[in-house]
Design a protein around this ligand. Sequence first.
Ligand code: NAP
Length: 266
Amino acid sequence: MSDRRQASPAPPTPYTPTLTRLVLPWPGRRDGGSLAACGGGREVFERPYVLLSCGTSIDGCLDDTSADRLILSNGADLDRVDGARAACDAIMVGATTVRRDDPRLVVRSVERCQERVARGLPATPLKVTVTGSGDLDPEARFFTLGDVDKLVYCAAPALVKARERLGGVATVVDAGPDGDLRAVLADLHRRGVRRLMVEGGQSLHTQLLGEGLVDELHLAIAPFFVGEAGAPRLVGAGRLPTDGRAELAEVRRLGDVVLLRYLFGR
Ligand SMILES: NC(=O)c1ccc[n+]([C@@H]2O[C@H](COP(=O)([O-])OP(=O)(O)OC[C@H]3O[C@@H](n4cnc5c(N)ncnc54)[C@H](OP(=O)(O)O)[C@@H]3O)[C@@H](O)[C@H]2O)c1
């Protein structure tokens, strides 16, 4: 992987695979440390602990099909999410979520920001997105809010375009020919990210879960149905971790929202 902060004339470094392959017995990790098992528990590489956090309707939708962003959370749940963000080194979303929701992805509580700074951390976590097209608006709040680094992992075919467009507001990193999420996580680990919070959307969830790259899921369920066939779901069709039961670590009531906390790879 290569990166640069400005759209300078330096030629892109060719993509090179970044995984460290080791063979370890399953389970690869139980303690939130730095090793993760995937590929049937045989392939291990260094990556952050991955927390996938999202809200859905009762029927499992992340959103509806209208142009407006669907509000699933309530105040108590938003505060919980803020606390979870503050405990992470980086927050990642897919490019469609950046385009469609224009999320801030910053820690909102002043106290939590101050606590982070007192611990020698930036006030709010690093922001990360992935794109295959490079079609991201440098004026999106992902880029304009938060005095923190923004990383855009871009598939190689769109790298030049993405660097031209976003080089002034983000570090644009070569994510390989098709956007290799394992390599993305390995690169984040090399950059010091030990705890990564993934906040959608469906495509990113499906890939990460399918690749065995999720350690923990925070699923907040709002008390209504969406009932639209075209609405994005928690996950789409694809390979999913169907070979066992997750560990239900917590059930928490937050007003009319219920939080389910699941652990994987146990
Ligand atoms: N309820 C919630 O908690 C929550 C949270 C987040 C999002 N959402 C909702 O989820 C929906 C978006 O979900 P989505 O599945 O359509 O999109 P998404 O997962 O947010 O983003 C998908 C896009 O990310 C890029 N991408 C994904 N995997 C990649 C890879 N391996 N390499 C390179 N780029 C990759 C591609 O960008 P390009 O198109 O640029 O190539 C792809 O089209 C929205 O409706 C949003 O409101 C809900």
